[in-house]
Design a protein around this ligand. Structure first.
Ligand code: MN
Ligand code: MN
Length: 496
């Protein structure tokens, strides 16, 4: 057993038998009416109910997923990894026209990606569509970010998405950058991920002196965004008489390492993300800890499911969108007309005239899952959850009928008929899943991209794995949930 494998329970064989018996009695007696010594199915989690060969599958899937998380810390990297898998499987660029391979894809600005796989049925009858977002909460460097103060050179950052700011201080962070130059070249660079090399960090104040600046303040005021400055350098550069020698030191490093000049930062996207790989977590190693599981957990599960269904009945769409964490606006976001272009190209490749009416009809006849992680109940903070309606870690992907805040404002709630379809599809494939809502009413709230697809009249529901410490630099998922989420998406692609 490698150090990456989940430790078995001492009573593993017995447990697995019990899992089988429970599953059988579940089937015989209907939902929740297990007899005798068997616990009711809803008290048995995926580990209880999985067979030994499934546990092996869970570990293999978790290993691949952790590699993906480690390599996909930005929306651009998520895009290029997904695109790489599609191309390897014979998918070709729809924008080039002509005959498509196993399927086609359409990319936009290196961040928004759609893929289409033909089915036995015409795309005119609609698609089975899964959409997930490749962006995660992070800090971006400002266009003009380098400054010096006192004895140090620092970099100014800008928040992206819903951060708890204090979680980003006093920890190793890395820099993943993409610079577009005036001559058309692009430079891809990263710093802080070499296990033997330096990392970056954002400093915090010591507790001895934090009373006025932090301790006596409200949490949101105690950590002003403008104080999230990245420690960059301390070795001066240039003539001893010259000015700004620490700033010069930073620019010399940018130039020497990556050929970047100060003004190139204005056309760069430089993201500050937690340093280091995704890792197994827990005494039994049954969790996965890593940055960006919202929403790369769903991205990876969607990709694996998309590629696993080879001859689908209905045509499939995979959609990787950007900017979900900041409201889904912008040229690479779910609120654009991209899915219409993709549908038009899919129709055309199937020999259907892709007129306005045909595109809208095909989208209205589509079935969609908005694949996004869900807040798992944290026993330490259970007061924010309505436990009857909240997702429990190890009990499989959640199906979230509506998000939004209190009173369902802003939610594109899935209708009863569509919920019935999802139940039938997941149950039909033996998926262990749970119905859930995001927390109690009036505790806060949140949304997803579901509404952007509901806009076309298609059935759509949120579904994804429960996660702990969501939006933190170290999000936690269960290996079992991660794998079952892939199973759920595969069932949806195959049977919805
Ligand atoms: Mn999300
Ligand atoms: Mn999020």
């Amino acid at each position: 057993m490698s150090r990456y494998t989940t430790a078995p329970c001492g009573r593993e064989d017995k447990d697995n038998k019990r899992g089988k018996a429970a599953a059988a009695s579940d089937k015989a007696a209907g939902k929740g009416k297990g007899k005798g010594k068997d616990a009711a199915p809803e008290t048995l989690n995926i580990w209880d109910r999985s067979k030994p060969e499934e546990r092996e599958e869970i570990e293999l899937y978790a290993r691949d997923y952790m590699d993906f998380l480690t390599e996909a810390k930005t929306e651009r990297k998520a895009y290029s990894l997904v695109l790489g898998h599609l191309e390897k499987e014979g998918f070709t660029d729809l924008a080039n026209g002509g005959k498509i391979g196993r399927g086609g894809y359409l990319g936009h600005f290196g961040k928004l990606l759609g893929a289409y796989a033909p089915g036995r049925l015409s795309p005119a009858g609609g698609f089975n569509l899964i959409v997930a977002h490749g962006d995660s909460p992070r800090l971006d460097l400002k266009p003009r970010c380098v400054y010096e103060e006192g004895s140090l050179a620092l970099l100014k950052s800008n928040m992206y998405g819903g951060l708890k700011k204090f979680q980003w201080l006093a920890r190793p962070v890395a820099l993943w950058g993409f610079a577009a130059l005036k001559d058309g070249r692009a430079v891809d660079f990263r710093f802080g991920e070499d296990p033997a090399g330096p990392v970056l960090t954002i400093t915090d104040i010591l507790p001895h002196l934090d009373r006025k600046v932090q301790r006596d303040k409200r949490l949101v005021d105690a950590f002003p965004a403008e104080k999230l400055n990245v420690l960059a350098a301390s070795v001066p550069c240039g003539e001893r008489e010259s000015k700004h020698r620490l700033k010069q030191a930073v620019f010399k490093i940018l130039e020497d390492r990556w050929g970047l000049k100060e003004e190139d930062l204005i056309s760069s996207e430089i993201e500050i993300v937690p340093a280091g790989p995704a890792v197994p977590v827990g005494l039994d190693g049954s969790f996965i800890g890593g940055y960006g599981q919202d929403d790369r957990l769903s991205v990876y599960a969607m990709l694996r499911a998309f590629l696993a269904v080879e001859k689908p009945e209905r045509p499939l769409i995979l959609l990787l969108v950007d900017r979900e964490e900041i409201g889904s606006r912008g040229a690479t976001a779910a609120a654009t007309r991209f899915v219409e272009r993709l549908a038009a190209l899919a129709l055309e490749s199937a020999g259907v005239e892709p007129g306005y009416r045909a595109v809208l009809d095909s989208l209205a006849r589509s079935h969609a899952v908005s694949a996004d992680v869900e807040a798992g109940v944290d026993p330490t903070f259970k007061e924010v959850s309505d436990e009857m309606n909240s997702a429990k870690v190890t009990f499989g992907p959640a199906v979230v009928r509506y998000t939004g805040g209190a009173a369902k404002y802003g939610a594109s709630e899935a209708g009863a008929e569509y919920m019935a379809k999802i139940r039938a599809v997941y149950d039909g494939d033996g998926v262990i899943w749970q119905s859930s809502l995001l927390g109690k009413q009036e505790e806060g709230g949140g949304g997803t991209v579901a509404m952007n697809f509901a806009d076309f009249g298609m059935g759509v529901v949120d579904s994804g794995a429960p996660v702990l410490s969501m939006h933190s630099p170290f999000e936690i998922s269960s290996k079992a949930d991660v794998w079952m989420t892939y199973r759920a998406y595969r069932a949806f692609y195959r049977d919805a």
